[in-house]
Design a binder for this molecule. Structure first.
Ligand code: C5P
Length: 216
Protein backbone atom coordinates (compact mmCIF):
# COMPACT_ATOMS: atom_id res chain seq x y z
CA UNK A 1 0.00 0.00 0.00
CA UNK A 2 1.14 3.56 -0.69
CA UNK A 3 2.32 5.56 2.30
CA UNK A 4 -0.19 8.33 3.18
CA UNK A 5 0.83 11.91 2.39
CA UNK A 6 2.40 13.27 5.61
CA UNK A 7 0.57 15.98 7.52
CA UNK A 8 2.04 18.23 10.20
CA UNK A 9 -0.78 19.65 12.32
CA UNK A 10 -0.17 22.92 14.15
CA UNK A 11 -3.05 23.84 16.43
CA UNK A 12 -3.40 26.50 19.05
CA UNK A 13 -5.28 29.59 20.20
CA UNK A 14 -5.68 32.86 18.30
CA UNK A 15 -2.63 35.06 17.80
CA UNK A 16 -0.24 32.37 19.05
CA UNK A 17 1.88 32.82 15.93
CA UNK A 18 0.99 29.42 14.55
CA UNK A 19 0.15 30.80 11.10
CA UNK A 20 3.61 32.28 10.61
CA UNK A 21 5.33 29.22 12.07
CA UNK A 22 3.23 26.81 9.98
CA UNK A 23 3.90 28.77 6.79
CA UNK A 24 7.66 28.78 7.39
CA UNK A 25 7.74 25.07 8.23
CA UNK A 26 5.84 24.38 4.99
CA UNK A 27 8.31 26.47 2.98
CA UNK A 28 11.32 24.74 4.57
CA UNK A 29 9.95 21.30 3.79
CA UNK A 30 8.50 22.23 0.38
CA UNK A 31 5.05 21.18 1.68
CA UNK A 32 1.64 22.68 0.93
CA UNK A 33 0.10 24.93 3.58
CA UNK A 34 -3.48 25.01 4.82
CA UNK A 35 -4.71 28.00 6.81
CA UNK A 36 -7.95 26.46 8.06
CA UNK A 37 -8.90 29.60 9.99
CA UNK A 38 -9.14 31.43 6.66
CA UNK A 39 -11.97 29.08 5.68
CA UNK A 40 -14.02 29.99 8.75
CA UNK A 41 -13.25 33.66 8.14
CA UNK A 42 -14.45 33.33 4.52
CA UNK A 43 -17.68 31.71 5.69
CA UNK A 44 -18.22 34.58 8.14
CA UNK A 45 -17.60 37.14 5.40
CA UNK A 46 -19.78 35.42 2.80
CA UNK A 47 -22.62 35.03 5.31
CA UNK A 48 -22.45 38.67 6.23
CA UNK A 49 -22.46 39.67 2.55
CA UNK A 50 -25.55 37.49 2.04
CA UNK A 51 -27.31 39.11 5.00
CA UNK A 52 -27.20 35.92 7.08
CA UNK A 53 -26.67 36.24 10.82
CA UNK A 54 -23.75 34.18 12.18
CA UNK A 55 -25.99 32.48 14.75
CA UNK A 56 -28.22 30.92 12.05
CA UNK A 57 -26.47 27.52 11.77
CA UNK A 58 -28.49 26.16 8.88
CA UNK A 59 -28.33 29.27 6.71
CA UNK A 60 -24.58 29.69 7.34
CA UNK A 61 -23.93 26.03 6.49
CA UNK A 62 -25.96 26.36 3.29
CA UNK A 63 -24.01 29.48 2.38
CA UNK A 64 -20.71 27.64 3.07
CA UNK A 65 -21.73 24.79 0.75
CA UNK A 66 -22.03 27.10 -2.23
CA UNK A 67 -18.73 28.93 -1.92
CA UNK A 68 -15.95 28.78 -4.47
CA UNK A 69 -12.76 29.24 -2.47
CA UNK A 70 -9.30 29.38 -3.95
CA UNK A 71 -5.91 29.81 -2.28
CA UNK A 72 -3.31 31.26 -4.59
CA UNK A 73 0.11 31.76 -2.99
CA UNK A 74 -0.53 34.54 -0.46
CA UNK A 75 -3.97 35.44 -1.80
CA UNK A 76 -7.41 34.12 -0.90
CA UNK A 77 -10.23 34.24 -3.43
CA UNK A 78 -13.96 33.94 -2.82
CA UNK A 79 -16.10 33.56 -5.94
CA UNK A 80 -13.56 35.52 -8.07
CA UNK A 81 -13.10 38.31 -5.51
CA UNK A 82 -9.79 38.81 -3.73
CA UNK A 83 -10.75 38.72 -0.02
CA UNK A 84 -7.21 38.39 1.37
CA UNK A 85 -7.42 41.61 3.40
CA UNK A 86 -11.15 41.56 4.14
CA UNK A 87 -10.98 38.28 6.03
CA UNK A 88 -8.09 39.46 8.23
CA UNK A 89 -10.14 42.07 10.11
CA UNK A 90 -10.85 41.65 13.82
CA UNK A 91 -14.57 41.59 12.96
CA UNK A 92 -14.12 38.56 10.69
CA UNK A 93 -11.99 36.86 13.36
CA UNK A 94 -14.90 37.27 15.73
CA UNK A 95 -17.38 36.16 13.06
CA UNK A 96 -15.25 33.12 12.25
CA UNK A 97 -15.31 31.97 15.85
CA UNK A 98 -19.11 32.33 15.85
CA UNK A 99 -19.78 30.38 12.65
CA UNK A 100 -17.22 27.78 13.80
CA UNK A 101 -19.41 26.65 16.71
CA UNK A 102 -21.97 25.12 14.32
CA UNK A 103 -21.38 21.40 13.63
CA UNK A 104 -23.14 21.74 10.25
CA UNK A 105 -20.66 24.40 9.16
CA UNK A 106 -17.67 22.36 10.36
CA UNK A 107 -19.01 19.38 8.42
CA UNK A 108 -19.15 21.34 5.17
CA UNK A 109 -15.54 22.44 5.62
CA UNK A 110 -14.19 19.00 6.56
CA UNK A 111 -13.77 17.48 3.10
CA UNK A 112 -12.53 20.77 1.72
CA UNK A 113 -9.68 20.67 4.25
CA UNK A 114 -8.95 16.97 3.79
CA UNK A 115 -8.75 17.44 0.02
CA UNK A 116 -5.82 19.78 0.52
CA UNK A 117 -3.70 16.84 1.60
CA UNK A 118 -1.43 16.50 -1.41
CA UNK A 119 2.09 15.19 -2.02
CA UNK A 120 4.74 15.82 -0.95
CA UNK A 121 3.04 16.87 2.30
CA UNK A 122 0.85 19.36 4.12
CA UNK A 123 1.32 21.67 7.06
CA UNK A 124 -2.13 22.51 8.42
CA UNK A 125 -2.82 25.17 11.01
CA UNK A 126 -6.00 25.63 13.01
CA UNK A 127 -7.78 24.39 16.11
CA UNK A 128 -8.72 20.79 15.27
CA UNK A 129 -6.14 19.76 12.65
CA UNK A 130 -4.56 17.07 14.83
CA UNK A 131 -7.68 16.04 16.71
CA UNK A 132 -10.43 15.87 14.05
CA UNK A 133 -9.38 16.70 10.49
CA UNK A 134 -6.05 14.83 10.28
CA UNK A 135 -6.00 12.43 13.25
CA UNK A 136 -3.22 10.45 11.54
CA UNK A 137 -0.93 13.49 11.25
CA UNK A 138 2.71 12.44 11.69
CA UNK A 139 3.40 15.39 13.96
CA UNK A 140 0.89 17.30 16.11
CA UNK A 141 2.09 20.54 17.62
CA UNK A 142 0.04 22.56 20.07
CA UNK A 143 1.52 26.02 19.77
CA UNK A 144 0.54 28.50 22.41
CA UNK A 145 1.55 31.58 24.40
CA UNK A 146 0.08 33.42 27.37
CA UNK A 147 -2.93 35.63 26.69
CA UNK A 148 -0.92 38.79 27.49
CA UNK A 149 1.86 37.90 25.07
CA UNK A 150 -0.64 37.05 22.32
CA UNK A 151 -2.53 40.32 22.87
CA UNK A 152 0.75 42.23 22.78
CA UNK A 153 1.75 40.54 19.50
CA UNK A 154 -1.62 41.29 17.89
CA UNK A 155 -1.38 44.90 19.14
CA UNK A 156 2.07 45.35 17.59
CA UNK A 157 0.91 43.75 14.32
CA UNK A 158 -1.95 46.25 14.01
CA UNK A 159 0.32 49.20 14.79
CA UNK A 160 2.80 47.96 12.17
CA UNK A 161 -0.06 47.98 9.65
CA UNK A 162 -0.82 51.59 10.65
CA UNK A 163 -4.19 50.51 12.04
CA UNK A 164 -5.69 51.82 15.24
CA UNK A 165 -5.27 49.41 18.11
CA UNK A 166 -6.56 49.29 21.66
CA UNK A 167 -4.62 46.79 23.80
CA UNK A 168 -7.39 46.29 26.37
CA UNK A 169 -10.00 45.68 23.65
CA UNK A 170 -7.69 43.17 21.92
CA UNK A 171 -7.07 41.34 25.20
CA UNK A 172 -10.80 41.19 25.93
CA UNK A 173 -11.49 39.94 22.42
CA UNK A 174 -8.86 37.18 22.70
CA UNK A 175 -10.29 36.02 26.02
CA UNK A 176 -13.77 35.81 24.46
CA UNK A 177 -12.52 33.92 21.41
CA UNK A 178 -10.45 31.53 23.54
CA UNK A 179 -13.48 30.79 25.70
CA UNK A 180 -15.72 30.19 22.66
CA UNK A 181 -13.11 27.98 20.93
CA UNK A 182 -12.36 25.91 24.05
CA UNK A 183 -15.89 25.49 25.34
CA UNK A 184 -17.82 24.68 22.18
CA UNK A 185 -19.27 21.19 21.94
CA UNK A 186 -18.08 20.54 18.38
CA UNK A 187 -14.32 20.18 17.83
CA UNK A 188 -13.23 22.31 20.81
CA UNK A 189 -9.71 23.67 20.94
CA UNK A 190 -7.78 21.04 22.85
CA UNK A 191 -4.32 19.53 22.56
CA UNK A 192 -4.29 16.11 20.90
CA UNK A 193 -3.43 13.24 23.24
CA UNK A 194 -0.34 12.55 21.14
CA UNK A 195 0.41 16.28 20.69
CA UNK A 196 3.58 18.15 21.61
CA UNK A 197 3.21 21.40 23.54
CA UNK A 198 5.20 24.35 22.24
CA UNK A 199 4.96 27.36 24.54
CA UNK A 200 6.27 30.41 22.69
CA UNK A 201 6.27 33.24 25.26
CA UNK A 202 10.06 33.19 25.24
CA UNK A 203 10.68 31.85 21.75
CA UNK A 204 11.34 33.78 18.55
CA UNK A 205 9.61 32.67 15.35
CA UNK A 206 12.87 31.14 14.09
CA UNK A 207 13.27 29.16 17.34
CA UNK A 208 9.67 27.94 17.19
CA UNK A 209 10.10 26.87 13.54
CA UNK A 210 13.31 25.00 14.43
CA UNK A 211 11.62 23.20 17.31
CA UNK A 212 8.83 22.01 15.01
CA UNK A 213 11.35 20.81 12.44
CA UNK A 214 13.42 19.04 15.12
CA UNK A 215 10.36 17.02 16.06
CA UNK A 216 9.60 16.01 12.49
O1 C5P B 1 -6.89 30.93 13.10
P1 C5P B 1 -7.85 32.07 12.97
O2 C5P B 1 -7.72 33.09 14.04
O3 C5P B 1 -7.81 32.67 11.60
O4 C5P B 1 -9.29 31.40 13.13
C1 C5P B 1 -10.45 32.18 13.23
C2 C5P B 1 -11.51 31.39 14.01
O5 C5P B 1 -11.92 30.26 13.23
C3 C5P B 1 -11.02 30.79 15.34
O6 C5P B 1 -11.21 31.68 16.43
C4 C5P B 1 -11.86 29.54 15.48
O7 C5P B 1 -13.07 29.81 16.14
C5 C5P B 1 -12.18 29.15 14.06
N1 C5P B 1 -11.40 27.98 13.62
C6 C5P B 1 -11.86 26.73 13.96
N2 C5P B 1 -11.21 25.63 13.52
C7 C5P B 1 -10.10 25.74 12.78
C8 C5P B 1 -9.59 27.01 12.44
C9 C5P B 1 -10.27 28.12 12.90
O8 C5P B 1 -12.86 26.61 14.65
N3 C5P B 1 -9.50 24.64 12.35
Amino acid sequence: MNKPVPVIAIDGPSASGKGTVAQRVATKLGFHYLDSGALYRIVALASQQAGIVWTDAEAVAQCAKNLRIRFDEEQVWLNDADVTNDIRSEAMGKGASQVAVHPAVRKVLTSLQQNMRRAPGLVADGRDMGTIIFPDAVLKIFLTASTEVRAQRRYQQLLAKQQTADYQAILQDLLERDARDKNRASAPLVMAEDGILLETDHLSIVEAVNQVLENY
